[in-house]
Design a protein. Structure first.
Length: 170
């Protein structure tokens, strides 16, 4: 039996599409499955396909990882589930806060109706809140840290999709 790969060859950081709808004709309710790995943390998440295709998610992730390299205090985000910003209420994402050679990763929701500027799907990090380790109620926010070199190493692999046949797609 062939086993489906769910990670890249990089063990410390990955974001991938690990499951896609079996039907070539998508209904608005169809979704894919994504996976994020940061060190020992591993989580799958649903990716709505009503507004973005799998390829658009991957392209967005590539832009975010490229942007992260631009400065030592860059803020980017990996969109986990995208909706039409004119009609939807929120976007799920994984903000990435670069602090020198470290990248802090959190899980967040961007509430579209609460933004002071229009949400830009091509640059979703413009709508990410500034880094904080506690929420408005004083509760600690879950956060994972990874070396920038691990994030950039993953980016260079190009292994953003694990296909159904056990190999990694591009």
């Amino acid at each position: 039996m062939m086993q489906t790969s769910t990670t890249s060859k990089n063990d410390d950081f990955a974001i991938q599409v690990v499951g896609r709808p079996s039907s070539p004709v998508l209904a608005p309710s169809d979704e894919a499955t994504g996976l994020i790995r940061v060190g020992g943390f591993l989580e799958t998440f649903p990716m709505a396909l009503g507004y973005w295709s799998v390829d658009e998610y991957v392209a967005s992730w590539k832009r975010a990882l490229d942007f992260l390299e631009d400065s030592e205090d860059a803020v980017a985000c990996l969109v986990a589930s995208m909706v039409d910003p004119r009609e939807g209420n929120f976007v799920n994402c994984w903000p990435l806060y670069r602090r020198g050679e470290a990248v802090l990763v959190q899980n967040a929701i961007i509430f579209l109706r609460e933004l002071s500027t229009t949400f830009d799907p091509d640059r979703p990090w413009l709508s990410v809140e500034p880094h904080s380790s506690v929420d408005e109620d004083g509760n600690r926010i879950s956060e994972w840290s990874v070396d920038l070199s691990e994030v950039l190493s993953f980016r260079e692999t190009g292994l953003y999709m694990a296909d159904r046949n056990g190999g990694d797609g591009t």
